[in-house]
Write a protein that binds this ligand. Structure first.
Ligand code: BYC
Length: 475
């Protein structure tokens, strides 16, 4: 039998060619992954040449290699950020002990659960976005979609590597189950709610990569603090790829807003219906999409008070964002943190044990980070002399997890009745008519350098290529 050159087939820095057990596990899983990609990955992508970045090492000077790749031939690799000599567990009950290189037996099931939850989101996002390729507003955008998709595929590989290398048989079973749950499947849905929403238009795609990938940034950064060193190193490398996804989202929304403003100015329009009839997306519609995506992403941080999060922290397996930069004891037994509670028709912040409020702290840091892009977008609107301001909805708005799931609230955070919610919902969230309108704009543009009318061209191309570069070649 011919020897397979694993290092060539699967770029890696985990000594795959020297690990027969891992090779066997991957050999069994990889064909199932490819079948999954064909059935649930981006539609119509087989056979196109796409100008993609492939991770080939972890060296900051040259980990990313750009070239045309036929989509199914993308080389999904396995990379861990370089080991930090003498790394310690930096928080929780084991603070100060050497970081674990093997799974600590007593924390095995919690660690597995975290890795499975993280891993599940990666193929979920590919499934959610699978139909978008048919309506890409340009070759540049189509290429970015494919880049995001293959990297989410690689992030799945990263979590599957951890399961297969460190969790024996249960790990192999969990790796298979990742390909059996599907986004939106009524019987076997993806684990986290927001990963079951279809992403069928490009306004949603750009908000997804702005808001949902930002949850990825915050969760991966918290897992990068883990005392389980292989998880920490894997997440550190994933974060370098995540940055591009966030760029796609922020610049994508910027370009849509830029174009909406241009259409308004060029034609002297103020009525949203007129912006629509000129083929742009009116700003109130953009606000509704923003309300939807931000609110479902707030749920991704879990309950405001969570014993799971406290346990993960005390065990030393999931930390806080920027753990080592925080100036406190990193044990948190005596610390408190404010969490929201509902008192009658008021929302009040009350002191709670900081350990139980770890999810809440992360959600707040996420919200602060989310505001930056909104400020940039408002600056563009303002520069066009248009009197409209985009705002992040209140934390109580449209929530399904935590105390706010029991009430209805307006985007300003006023608690309202169910009847008022039903009456106003369509003013705040995309209505079926809004979605139908946005879908009418989703016509593919495949000529290099050309863009759909509702989105401005980007400021520059990918990897210093011109904007009219042929980022995807159809045959
Ligand atoms: N949907 O104690 P709690 C990314 C469940 S995104 C459904 O507060 P915990 C990416 C919860 O499981 C980053 N269920 O939960 C982005 C628990 O269930 P049990 C993904 C939910 O564990 C874009 C119960 O409610 N990574 O990478 O503290 C593209 C009680 O809740 C939800 C991670 O999330 C929900 N939204 O917090 C591609 C990191 N929220 O115990 C990729 C790993 C809560 O009653 N995951 N529940 O059965 C975690 O750290 C935690 O699982 C969570 C939940 C923060 C998500």
């Amino acid at each position: 039998m011919a020897t397979i050159d694993y290092d060539q087939l699967i770029p890696n820095n985990v000594n795959l060619s020297g690990d027969a057990r891992l090779q066997r596990a991957l050999e069994a899983w990889q064909p199932k992954f490819l079948d999954w990609w064909k059935e649930f990955g981006p539609v119509d992508s087989g056979g196109y040449d796409c100008y993609l970045r492939t991770a080939t090492s972890v060296e900051p000077s040259g980990w990313a290699h750009f070239d045309y790749v036929k989509m199914p031939d993308y080389r999904w690799g396995i990379f861990l950020a370089p080991a930090e000599e003498g790394r310690q567990i930096n928080f929780g009950a084991h603070k100060g002990a050497p970081a674990w290189q093997e799974v600590p037996g007593e924390y095995r099931s919690e660690l597995r659960r975290l890795i499975v939850t993280q891993g599940d989101t990666e193929p979920a996002s590919v499934e959610q976005q699978r139909r978008l390729a048919r309506t890409a507003p340009s070759l540049y955008d189509l290429r970015n979609l494919y880049q995001v998709n293959v990297e989410e595929g690689r992030h799945l590989w990263a979590m599957v590597y951890l399961l297969q290398a460190h969790f024996g048989r249960d790990g192999r079973e969990e790796a298979e189950a990742m390909l059996e749950r599907h986004s939106g499947d009524p019987d076997k849905p993806r684990i986290l709610l927001a990963f079951n929403e279809p992403i069928d238009d490009w306004l949603s795609f750009h908000f997804f990569t702005y808001f949902q990938d930002r949850d990825g940034k915050f969760q991966l950064a918290s897992l990068a603090e883990s005392g389980f060193d292989p998880l920490s190193r894997t997440c550190r490398f994933m974060l370098t790829e995540e940055a591009h996804h966030l760029f796609v989202g922020e610049s994508g929304i910027t370009r849509i807003i830029q174009r909406s403003c241009e259409i308004m100015k060029e034609n002297n329009l103020s009525d949203p219906a007129d912006v629509r009839s000129h083929g742009g997306i009116d700003l109130p519609t953009i606000q509704k999409w923003l309300n939807f995506h931000f609110s479902i992403c707030l749920d991704l941080f879990g309950q405001e008070l969570s014993t799971n999060a406290a346990t993960y922290y005390t065990m030393g397996i999931k930390g806080r964002f920027g753990e080592t930069k925080i100036d406190d004891d990193h044990v948190l037994e005596d610390a408190s943190y404010k969490v929201p509670e509902i008192h009658g028709d008021k929302i009040v912040d009350v002191d709670a044990p900081a350990l139980n409020a770890i999810n809440q702290r992360l959600r707040e840091e996420y919200s602060t980070d989310s505001q930056r892009g909104v400020d940039t977008w408002n600056k563009i609107i303002n520069e066009h002399g248009i009197g409209f301001e985009l705002v992040l909805p209140n934390r109580a708005f449209h929530r399904d997890i935590g105390p706010f799931a029991r009430i209805k609230a307006s985007p300003e955070g006023k608690i309202i009745t169910g009847a008022e919610w039903d009456r106003r919902r369509g003013d705040w969230l995309p209505s079926p008519e809004d979605r139908a309108f946005v879908l009418t704009l989703m016509q593919p543009v495949t000529e290099p350098g050309k863009f759909a009318n509702y989105i401005a061209p980007p400021a520059r191309g990918i990897n210093r290529q011109p904007i009219d570069f042929e980022y995807v070649k159809f045959h």
